[in-house]
Design a protein around this ligand. Structure first.
Ligand code: CU
Length: 221
């Protein structure tokens, strides 16, 4: 049986006529309807393709690092290509944040030996580039660490950031916390400026090795 016979055609014509009458009655032309549809689609595309705003992306991020002596590396069974006893090592040596982020740097050190700063290095006993110009040492705010008590530094020259890390109490740990705002994008090398390594001037070994006493901070746009 043929269902799309003359009666089906008649129904389609009636519906079409009714539609034209309704649109005409509303004073809406087919062109206007089409234009409105295109406009809505364009707005929807704009919404979905709009880049996230900086305000939505910036935030507070915490980067936790530790400074492990050879002894702690052995206790934790950390195996590296340099073997055990190579020297002190920062963990989480490579991290990335976004421009505008407030970065909380938390460094816990288990190194109870000082590496006093001498000569031109003494400038690294001061806290630089942090919010408030301070760091906390086990919760106590300080603007500097006496240079004969410094064990390491966390220094990002390209970001103007310097955090002196004092020697931990014998057999214990010390925690330094500071906040800074990442002001510009780029890839920045950080390093320790306290002579805690081996070789001439104690600046070799871990002091000259990526992932030990130096690493990278990536600030993404
Ligand atoms: Cu160091």
């Amino acid at each position: 049986m043929n269902r799309s016979g003359p009666s089906g055609f008649r129904l389609a014509v009636v519906v079409l006529v009714a539609l034209v009458v309704v649109l005409a009655g509303l004073g809406v032309s087919v062109g206007v309807v089409a234009a409105v549809a295109v406009g809505v689609r364009a707005a929807a595309n704009q919404l979905t393709s709009a880049p996230p705003t900086r305000a939505a992306r910036s935030g507070t991020v915490t980067e936790a690092m530790e400074i492990l002596t050879g002894k702690v590396q052995r206790e934790r069974h950390i195996v590296t290509r340099y073997g055990q006893g190579y020297g002190p090592m920062y963990t989480n040596a490579f991290w990335s944040v976004h421009v505008g982020d407030t970065v909380v740097v938390r460094i816990t050190s288990y190194d109870d030996g000082a590496a006093p700063l001498t000569g031109a290095q003494t400038m690294f006993d001061r806290v630089e580039g942090t919010l408030g110009g301070t760091e906390t040492v086990d919760g106590r705010p300080v603007q500097a660490v006496p240079n004969d008590e410094v064990a390491h530094t966390f220094t990002v020259v390209g970001l103007g950031l310097n955090l002196p890390i004092p020697a931990a109490p014998s057999g214990g740990s010390v925690t330094v916390v500071a906040r800074f705002v990442a002001q510009r994008a780029g890839s920045f090398v950080w390093q320790c400026y306290a002579p805690c390594g081996s070789g001439p001037n104690l600046m070799g070994g871990p002091m000259a090795t990526m992932g030990w006493m130096e690493g990278k901070v990536q600030v993404l746009p």
